[in-house]
Design a binder for this molecule. Structure first.
Ligand SMILES: NC(=O)C1=CN([C@@H]2O[C@H](COP(=O)(O)OP(=O)(O)OC[C@H]3O[C@@H](n4cnc5c(N)ncnc54)[C@H](OP(=O)(O)O)[C@@H]3O)[C@@H](O)[C@H]2O)C=CC1
Ligand SMILES: CC(C)(CO)C(=O)C(=O)O
Length: 316
């Protein structure tokens, strides 16, 4: 299949490079000037795995204004705050029969993507795969080859031949895809994960394994899971896990899968960039409010993450 990656940062490059190396045609598009210009100058990107084996991969990245091809599907991987600009700058090459695939964190992206892609052309999902952008044109794949997993789900919750093809090609690329049939539940399961692990690790500058070894991690996680699941109950969203399973999933991922990873939110704070917290804890709070419930811990945590962003600015 012919894919184009919209947002060729850490995750966009990882998906795109793996798909390209497994035989798919992949184009890369980004709006971040430093990234586009560095990759043009280098002729590609430097790729490591867990900080080792840094090697060069040839590829080209262009600005949306310079792209003219007609891929079958776009893989959309911007930060939530950058999505609208990316879509608006790209819409001149969107066509009715093309698909949008995305595994961004947080919530808020689907409505924006639906401005340009109908629900039957949207496959969303989540990624339990950590990737670090060391700087422009230099990325680090976290975790051993083939250990990351992703969930994909059609926005309509109906499978098509196209979905089957995407599943087969993503599996061949080593992305470890599972197809689910519960759109909101799939996305919320990851929002809840990130609302706990990304925020707490980032504020206290902890790697995931360091966080989960804390004696009060269980109390913090349980409180935040309870609030988030209450919001899901009110909104009639059924996460993929029950509360106990969500807790176990968090323990397993942080302790056994990516104990040495700083979540992407930490990477933003430490590089003095705004985080996606308003689309993660802020989304849980906003959804609760809609049903008259005050998800206090998530609201407070969101404010603390904004304070951590400020503290980093003051320190630099
Ligand atoms: N990285 C990860 O491990 C994972 C990320 N995700 C999600 O995937 C989506 C895309 O995230 P991700 O691929 O991490 O993000 P990116 O790597 O694309 O983020 C990089 C963006 O940050 C800005 N930036 C500015 N200066 C720097 C710098 N020195 N170093 C790095 N970035 C800089 C640029 O945008 P600008 O100039 O406009 O600020 C750039 O486009 C998000 O929703 C994220 O939550 C999901 C799972 C894992
Ligand atoms: C890789 C993972 C799952 C770690 O929390 C993530 O979503 C992130 O870093 O943003």
């Amino acid at each position: 299949m012919h894919y184009a990656v919209l947002g060729s940062g850490a995750m966009g490059l990882r998906y795109g490079i793996l798909l390209q190396q497994s035989g798919q045609q992949v184009d890369f598009i980004d709006t971040w000037k430093d990234q586009v210009e560095t990759i043009a100058k280098q002729g590609g990107v430097y790729v490591s795995r867990d900080g080792q084996n840094r090697h060069f991969v040839s590829l080209k990245v262009c600005y949306p204004e310079d792209y003219q091809d007609t891929p079958d599907a776009f893989i959309i991987f911007t930060k939530q705050m950058g999505l609208q600009e990316m879509l608006d700058r790209s819409c001149h090459f969107f066509h009715k029969n093309q698909y949008a695939i995305t595994c961004m964190n947080g919530m808020g992206h689907i409505e924006k993507i639906n401005q340009y892609f109908d629900p039957d052309k949207v496959i969303a999902g989540t990624a339990m795969i950590g990737t670090v952008l060391n700087g422009a044109g230099d990325i680090d794949f976290i975790g051993k080859k083939g250990t990351g997993t992703i969930n994909l789900v059609n926005q309509t919750e109906k499978d098509t031949k196209f979905t089957d093809q995407v599943m087969a090609e993503f599996a061949k690329a080593g992305l470890g895809p599972t197809l689910t049939h519960n759109f909101m539940g799939t996305l919320m399961t990851k929002v809840i994960y990130n609302s706990i692990v990304n925020t707490l690790c980032s504020m206290y500058q902890l790697k995931e394994g360091e966080f989960i070894s804390s004696p009060n991690a269980k109390k913090l996680i349980t409180r935040l899971i309870d609030e988030a699941f209450h919001v899901c109950d009110l909104a009639n969203i059924k996460p993929l896990n029950n509360r106990d399973e969500e807790f176990e999933m968090i323990v397993h991922a942080t302790r056994d899968v990516t104990p040495l990873h700083y979540p992407s939110m930490y990477q933003d704070i430490s590089k003095n960039r705004p985080t996606e917290v308003d689309y993660i804890n802020g989304y849980i709070y906003k959804l609760g409010k809609k049903y008259g419930y005050n998800a206090q811990a998530h609201d407070f945590l969101r404010d603390l993450v904004h304070l951590a962003e400020h503290a980093e600015k003051v320190a630099q």
